[in-house]
Design a protein around this ligand. Sequence first.
Ligand SMILES: N[C@@H](CCC(=O)NCCCC(=O)O)C(=O)O
Length: 251
Amino acid sequence: MLQPIIGIPCDVKQIGLFPFHAVGEKYITAAVGGAGGVAILIPSLGDASQLRAIVDLVDGILLPGSPSNVEPHHYQGEPSREGTLHDKARDATTLPLIDMLVKEGVPLLGICRGFQEINVVMGGELHQHVQEVPGLHDHREPDTQDLDHMYGPAHPVSLAAGSWLQGWLGCDSVQVNSIHQQGIKRLADGLVAEALAEDGLVEAYRFDKAPGFAYAVQWHPEWKYWDNKASQAIFKAFGDACRERRMRRNQ
Ligand SMILES: N[C@@H](CCC(=O)NCCCC(=O)O)C(=O)O
């Protein structure tokens, strides 16, 4: 099968005295095994000339999750609390990159932080502490070092009538994991909710008006994707869109 090139933007993390650009391995294995691509890691240099070359190089972009948060000035949010983890370099890379990808119809899959980034770029807003919003639940991960527990099923999401997920899965609800403190406060115009948590928080959306595949989920389908039908469906759809772009570019 044709292997499209899937770019994954890095977080910038301090390891000892030096900054490193890094991506969690589970995103890489899901891009390769779940979407059938060749994964390339994209350094978060925030350089426009690099972004142009990257958009010309890739067949799709997977925006991974991260413990860091989008800086609130990008969506007119209140200043972050003292000690909030940000990643200025990632923001400076992914936010302009998303705009280019959507405009040019390059397939885009956002996961967790990536889900939040796309909403911000398209003009939406985020809750910074979902668990403190009246009526919303606590969506943070369980206090455990056991990853199977941390990334295991946490709550159901209802699939919107006519959603891609409902069509892919043939059901109206799935269980998802939950490892996030921030969430969608206002869904950007043009983004169509695909799934909602029990408290009404948007947990997945598609971007119908985008010329290409543009989909994002708040949960973590990359975690043991091979054991989860919804994860497999999401990565297959993303991989198929990337393959279609590859085939068009090969013509
Ligand atoms: N920081 C944001 C996004 C949360 C997120 O992406 N969590 C995953 C971190 C670890 C991993 O990559 O699996 C928020 O708190 O909402």
